[in-house]
Design a protein around this ligand. Structure first.
Ligand code: ATP
Length: 300
């Protein structure tokens, strides 16, 4: 009888581990509902990412409640370039990122990386190729070193320190009582929004993924911290195919291409200069945010 149950136990353990992984990533994406179960196709091969060419081809999506969230999305993100996605709240920006990470499968069209349909490859290989810097990083009640290495249990102390330098959080860690062994999280040192984001950046540097999703923090950072973080983010975007889910336009000016999403459709696409010239939604958003920035400066 024990023989019979052993494989089941093992299966249960694997299932729980996988679930846990999904829930952690879900929390990072600010997903309250557990995502639908995505199952690999039989004998799904691992994905091989050589250049990191990401394409959305005629992608449509609904969450199953009959509301069409994305419609006919065509995006071509050449290797190593940055695409910024902007648009009003509820336009479907985060949904695009969730589909790329395969929390859900599109209901129409497909997404490919280097020509491989992401729904046809092993999920683990897809997810190991994509790094996410979320809006709000989940910290574990453990040391700051553990938190940076999270997801790369084999990382050496030297690699962790290098990632911390790359994320410009090394001087902060050097000032902590126990340095990399300082406990953080609910039951330890509380980190600011900017410091947490730097931990996420350091994690990403350790993972070294060819494809990157940045879900930009909305309000957690003051403008000084935001400017500092932007420099660091630009550094990690270099050489990777990056999708930035942007809430503030000041952060997208450098993107190779910007798309404006509205009601689940791409309504404008081009560089910052192109879109200003177009005088449409983006130009309006830009003028509004510039006015808000000026008002805030006048108040300060
Ligand atoms: P914001 O800028 O506010 O973050 P967004 O453009 O990222 O918005 P999404 O989070 O992609 O928008 O949401 C797009 C639409 O999908 C919204 O109307 C939202 O209510 C809906 N939606 C998001 N997640 C779910 C879900 N799990 N189930 C059902 N509907 C959802």
């Amino acid at each position: 009888l024990t023989q019979l149950f052993r494989p089941l136990d093992l299966l249960g353990m694997v299932y729980r581990t996988v679930r846990q992984g999904v829930v952690d990533m879900g929390a990072m994406f600010d997903l309250i509902d557990a995502p639908a179960e995505i199952v690999d196709v039989a004998n799904a091969p691992p994905m091989t990412v050589t250049r990191g060419h990401v394409r959305f081809e005629g992608v449509g999506f609904d969450y199953g409640d009959g509301r069409q969230i994305l419609n006919g999305i065509d995006l071509d993100i050449p290797p190593g370039t940055t695409l910024a996605v902007v648009g009003p709240s509820g336009a479907g920006k985060s949904t695009l990122a969730r589909l790329l990470f395969r929390f859900y499968d599109p209901t129409a069209g497909r997404i490919t990386i280097d020509g491989q349909d992401i729904a046809q490859v092993a999920q683990a290989s897809l997810r190991s190729a994509i790094g996410i810097v979320p809006q709000d990083t989940v910290l574990f009640n453990d040391t700051i070193g553990y938190n940076i290495a999270y997801g790369r249990a084999d990382a050496t102390a030297a690699e962790i320190a290098e990632a911390a330098r790359g994320a410009s959080i090394a001087p902060f860690i050097a000032s902590l009582p126990d340095r990399y062994d300082t406990r953080v999280g609910e039951r330890g040192l509380k980190l600011s929004g900017g410091e947490k984001q730097r931990v996420a950046i350091a994690r990403t540097l350790l993972k070294n993924p060819p494809v990157l999703i940045l879900d930009e923090a909305t309000s957690a950072l003051d403008s000084r911290t935001e400017a500092d973080i932007l420099d660091t983010l630009e550094a990690i975007e270099r050489g990777r195919t990056t999708i930035v889910i942007a809430h503030r336009l000041s952060t997208v000016v450098h993107a190779d291409r910007i798309v404006v999403l509205e009601g689940g459709r791409v309504v404008e696409s081009g560089s910052h200069a192109d879109l200003l010239r177009l005088g449409g939604t983006y130009a309006e958003m830009w003028a509004r945010q510039a006015a808000e920035r000026e008002a805030a400066l006048a108040e300060a």
